[in-house]
Each structure stands twice: as C-alpha cells, then as structure tokens.
Design a protein around this ligand. Structure first.
Ligand code: TMP
Length: 253
C-alpha cells in the first residue's frame, strides 16, 4: 500500500490524507501531554480508548441532530472524518468549577455553577491557549457573530447530550472542551463538531465517590490513566468487557 500523506501531527493525534477528496484519516496516538506539553508520557492503549469513545460520542451527537465531522471508524486507532477548517478556538463548557476556572476565581473544585458557562480560548500553543473575550473573536476575524451564535448553541447542545449520557452511567460531567470546524458545501459553509470528544478533553467524576476518570489522573499523577478511561468505556458499553484496550498490531485497510 502506498504510504499515506501526513497532513498534520498534533500532540495526541496525527492526520493523514483520506481516501477521497474532502476526507481525512485521524490516527489516535498513545501520547499524553499536559500543561502545554511540559509533561509528557506514552500511555499504552490511550489512543484505542479515545478512538472508540470519540466515535461513541460523535455518533450519539449525530443521532440527536448535532452535526459532526465524524464519518466512520476504520480500525482500533483510526477514524475517517470530513475535512474541515478548524476555527482556532477551544470552546469550553463548565457545569462545575474545576481546573483553571477554580483557580482563577478561587472557587472550590466541584462547586456547581449557577448555570453552564461557556468560554473561549485562542488556540495558540506559543501563547499557551489564552482565554479570550468574545469581542476578540469577531474583531480578529476568527469567527463572525453568526458563527458565534451557532457555536454557543452547538456547545450547549453537546453539553446537554454529554451530561445526560454520563449521568446515566453514574458520572458527573464537570467540564469539557470541543473544537468547531467549517465544512464547505459549494457556496455554503456549515459548522460541525470536530477534533475529538474523549476523557482527554473532558472532566468526568464518579457521582458517588468524585473519583476522577479523565486526563486529570495524568495531569495530577492520580493513578492509571488507562484504568480510568477503561472504566468510562466499560460503563458506556463501548469496549466489550474483558477486552484489553492495548491492541495487538492491526492491519490497516
Ligand atoms: P481548564 O480547567 O484547564 O481550563 O480545562 C477546561 C476543560 O478543557 C477540561 O475539561 C480540560 C479541557 N482542556 C482541553 O481539552 N485541552 C486543553 O489544552 C486544556 C487546557 C483543557
């Protein structure tokens, strides 16, 4: 098979040219980074778990009418997605104070917020993804006011969906981050949920024990990250029970 053309290598995923125009193959690596890649490790099996979990969430979103870039999972580590232009924003939704917000506002982690709060960071590693006011977004031309209205409504719909799904398996959705892409169809553009939705980009706490089941386990050295992600996958029925996430080499079609 001819080697595929690599389009982009990020911290947790590599993107390759897809088999047809307008498609991309998204490969989930085992690399874990935190604090803008100051902390790094390779966590065997993480890529497989995130590939499966992201597929599960993206398909679920499509089922409730939220457009996503996801087309299909190809194998244990790869999925086919629609190529889109990523808006350079991290769209963060918070239901409970945690992480940078808890620190910034001096609120104890786990405190329920009066309502979901949506905030935006400018995606720029060199600047450390700074939080930006909405006014910057239109002024610097990253997204129009109409886009921002659509992004807010998508973010809140994703929050309702994910909160409900997680609640159903005894997990509290503390916060999460999504990225939004533009898909062009002739003269029209449409916004879709892109990138990934996985425990790398969410905070997930067990409802009863408040045990962390997300990337904070790695950021804060709280134990095994694969155990935490496997727990989420098992509760959702995403990984068949007893099947180890650490895959043997698989043939790529
Ligand atoms: P924060 O509290 O560190 O700002 O993170 C808020 C949410 O966004 C949390 O669920 C983790 C997620 N997140 C990412 O997915 N990527 C990032 O680079 C950062 C900083 C946070």
């Amino acid at each position: 098979m001819a080697r595929r053309k690599k389009i982009y290598e990020g911290k947790a995923k590599t993107l390759y040219e897809g088999p047809e125009p307008g498609t991309i193959v998204q490969y989930f690596k085992d690399d874990a980074t935190a604090f803008n890649a100051e902390k790094k490790d390779v966590i065997e099996g993480k890529g497989v778990l995130n590939n499966m979990l992201s597929e599960y969430f993206m398909l679920g979103l499509a089922n409730v009418g939220v457009p996503t870039h996801f087309l299909k999972r190809l194998n244990m580590r790869e999925q086919l997605v629609r190529s889109c232009e990523i808006i350079p924003l991290e769209v963060i939704v918070r239901n409970y104070a945690a992480g940078s917000m808890a620190k910034r506002m001096g609120i104890e982690e786990g405190t329920q917020l009066p309502r979901p709060i949506v905030e935006y960071s400018y995606k720029d590693d060199a600047l450390g993804d700074p939080l930006v006011p909405e006014e910057y977004i239109a002024a610097f031309g990253w997204a129009s006011q109409q886009d921002m209205d659509d992004i807010l409504s998508i973010a809140l719909r994703v929050n309702d969906f994910l909160s409900g799904v997680m609640y159903g398996v005894g997990i509290k959705l503390i916060d999460f981050k999504i990225e939004i892409g533009r898909v062009f169809e002739g003269d029209f553009q449409r916004l879709v949920v892109a990138d990934e939705i996985s425990p790398d980009s969410c905070r997930l706490w067990d409802i009863e024990t408040c045990e962390k089941l997300d990337k904070d386990v790695f950021r804060r050295d709280l134990g095994s990250l694969t155990d935490a992600y496997t727990e989420v996958a098992n509760r959702l029925g995403v990984m068949p029970k007893g099947q180890p996430p650490v895959s043997k080499p698989t043939l790529i079609n």
